[in-house]
Design a protein around this ligand. Structure first.
Ligand code: WT7
Length: 647
């Protein structure tokens, strides 16, 4: 490889990556005029986007903004499942809507007609069990087509779905079911992950102890998993479905009716149930999907996220299907049975658009270029990234080794709360810089502000969204005060505070710098330090715990916990393992601490605040920063002596 092409050289030169000419020539969004059009009248702009959808009844007002509460497309009536399915039946009946591959290698294809039919039947199945408009339905399933079908079936009858990622524990699942008072749970007998069986139904059984609101459980049969069926409460999916009629009129939902609740971590011990509604959300994900992924007829689009996260809601289900795209879904792990599974899938299914997370890209880098090189990836024409800041090295590696240098890479910044992509390139026109999510999308207003709310033109500060946007969260389920205090209080109630640090460069590009609150991003998953701390202190021997994120080569951040034990208990390797398992039981495997440090005391300020910054220094094996505000310097001295060298 010629020297001037090395990654270091490219980055040092601050090289930009303009759209490849061939790509730009065919791109759907090549004209930069769209930014000005949108900015000159954002409401008219979003109304044009909303008109792309099928409305049962038109809206009378685009936006009703009473900060911090927005209503979009007021009085409009529509149905999300009809927009994802029925309206494609005339033109795409026999086109694949979902192409699915299970981890063991089983395959299924559902055309738009198939997906519509199964959704209608599933909607009738829910009705037959008494589920009504406005009821909450919890989905705890593997990544199978029936998960998408269940979501669309809820949407069809106006029930609110709430997907809980299959990696969450029984305790986490129970908390969520109780918070939303779900009437029904849809699960599967089990799922597959890295060749192992995930006992989903068993976890549901455990979670349901203490959930009186749940009257029925539907079990999709994924394999041969031993399960317990509770007479009167539990029903097999296939048995119920066998009796259902196909005809099922979609409910006319108000634009502001709730579509789903999705839980995400914040700075307290209790996850927030983020509420998304129908008209604005669908408008936002429909438009942004088309723009950012430059959708074309014949595309095969694969987003590797699990549907348990917002990425799966917006960009596996509602965005792509409302656009009539063909979506590929893979159930399992990237390294099963071998480390080239993803690339073998790209080759086998002719994937054209591929959307994944930086943590995965860093794993691919570590596994080596020989893995993608073994496969023909020439079908790919666009690559995406989401979930955390992408380091420039990973961006360039992805561009070169997966995209063969010919595919634009779109780094997309957004959140569970924003519902839709907010900051990202338009691949047909933006000159990308590796590591920067570039600019706010048309119709989105983003700034970097300082503590006081002054605009930072060039330099670092906090990311802020300065206008309402259609897919914005409408609240935190059951907690209106928290909605205002968490998101709309930093600079008054008209400016949204996402919780991310950001920098703007001389071109006005955004560089996202990670969370500025006590929220960690572990392998692209959001975990609150307080959640892990509450899980730890819930162990009978633990007196106090402080959790921090320390840098991790693959995961971005890994969880490190400093724990003080109650008198008479001593730290040991066995107790370390026990505490890690305790967190897994309380939250789920995704929150398992990487390291536990036992300490007689935690470093605190004189007012009793734990000095996490110092703990981070110790966990990352660094020289300690300023320690002058410590109440008791001996604490940190002891920690340093114990853990100083090993880091
Ligand atoms: C947080 C949101 C958006 C779906 C997946 C995560 C971080 C997300 C990027 C990006 C830098 C990013 C932010 C954000 N984040 N995408 N492209 N560049 N940071 O959704 O669990 O709600 O987490 O993920 O810190 O606030 P989420």
């Amino acid at each position: 490889m010629p020297n001037r092409d090395s990654i270091e050289v490219l980055l040092r030169e601050g090289r930009t990556f303009p759209p490849p000419p061939e790509f730009a020539a065919a791109a759907g969004m090549a004209d930069p005029q769209i930014y000005d059009d949108a900015a000159s009248d954002p409401e008219a702009f979003w109304a044009r986007c909303a008109s792309e959808l099928d409305w049962i009844h038109p809206w009378t007002k685009v936006l009703d903004w009473k900060p911090p509460h927005a209503r979009w497309f007021v009085d409009g009536k529509l149905n999300a499942s009809a927009n994802c399915l029925d309206r494609h039946l005339k033109t795409r009946s026999n086109q694949a809507a979902l192409i699915w591959e299970g981890e063991p290698g089983d395959e299924r294809t559902l055309t738009y007609r198939d997906l519509w039919r199964e959704t209608c039947k599933a909607a009738n199945m829910l009705k037959s069990l008494g589920v009504r408009r406005g009821d909450r339905v919890t989905l705890y399933m593997p990544l199978v087509p029936e998960l998408a079908i269940s979501m669309l079936a809820c949407a069809r009858i106006g029930a609110v779905h709430s997907v809980v990622f299959g990696g969450f524990s029984a305790d986490s699942l129970r908390d969520r079911i109780q918070d939303q008072e779900a009437v029904l749970v849809i699960t599967a007998d089990g799922g597959y992950r890295r060749g192992a069986q995930v006992p989903l139904k068993r976890t549901v059984d455990e979670a349901l102890e203490g959930c009186p609101s749940v009257k029925n459980v539907i079990i999709y049969k994924r394999g041969e998993f031993p399960i317990h069926v509770q007479e009167g409460r539990d029903h097999w999916w296939h048995r119920l479905m066998a009796d259902q009629k196909i005809a099922c009129e979609p409910e006319a939902m108000d634009s502001e009716d709730m579509l789903y609740i999705l839980y995400t971590s914040g700075t307290t011990g209790k996850p927030k149930g983020i509420v998304h509604t129908t008209g604005g959300y669908l408008t936002g994900v429909n438009a942004t999907f088309r723009w950012v992924f430059d959708l074309k007829e014949g595309d095969r689009y694969w987003c590797t996220a699990d549907i348990g996260w917002v990425t799966g809601h917006s960009y596996v289900v509602y965005g792509p299907l409302s656009n009539g795209a063909t979506v590929f879904m893979y159930e399992g792990a990237p390294d099963w049975p071998e480390r080239d599974r993803f690339w073998s899938l790209v080759e086998k299914h002719g994937i054209t658009i591929f959307y994944t997370a930086p943590t995965a890209i860093r794993a691919f880098m570590k596994w080596g270029t020989q893995e993608p090189a073994r496969h023909d990836l020439s079908s790919l024409r666009l690559l995406g990234s989401v979930g955390e800041p992408i380091n420039p090295e990973a961006w360039v590696w992805y561009h070169r080794n997966i995209g063969g240098g010919r595919c634009p890479v779109v780094d997309t910044w957004w959140q569970t709360e924003t519902g839709m992509i907010m900051i990202a390139p338009l691949p047909g026109q933006t000159n990308c810089k590796p590591g920067s999510a570039t600019m706010a999308l048309p119709g989105v207003s983003a700034e970097v502000l300082d503590q006081k709310g002054e605009k930072v033109k060039i330099g670092g500060g906090y990311l802020a969204i300065t206008r309402p946007w259609p897919a914005m969260l409408r609240g935190i389920y059951g907690d209106p005060e928290r909605y205002t205090s968490v998101y709309w209080s930093r600079w008054g109630n008209e400016i949204y505070f996402p919780g991310d640090g950001a920098r703007r460069d001389t071109d006005g590009f955004f560089w996202l710098l990670g969370r500025v609150d006590d929220v960690l991003n572990v392998a692209g998953h959001r975990i609150g330090t307080m959640e892990v701390e509450s899980a730890l202190v819930d162990h009978p021997w633990v007196a106090e715990a402080a959790v921090i994120g320390r840098e991790h080569e693959l995961k971005g951040q890994a969880i490190a916990a400093f724990v003080t034990l109650k008198d008479a208990h001593k730290g040991s390797p066995e107790l370390m393992d026990e505490l890690k398992e305790h967190v897994v039981k309380r939250i789920g495997a995704l929150a398992r601490p990487d390291a536990i440090f036992f300490s007689a005391d935690l470093p605190k300020t004189r007012s009793g605040k734990i000095m996490r910054r110092l703990l981070k220094d110790i966990a990352e094996g660094r020289m300690l920063g300023d320690t002058t505000t410590l109440a008791d310097p001996a604490v940190i001295q002891a920690l340093k002596e114990k853990y100083g060298e090993e880091g």
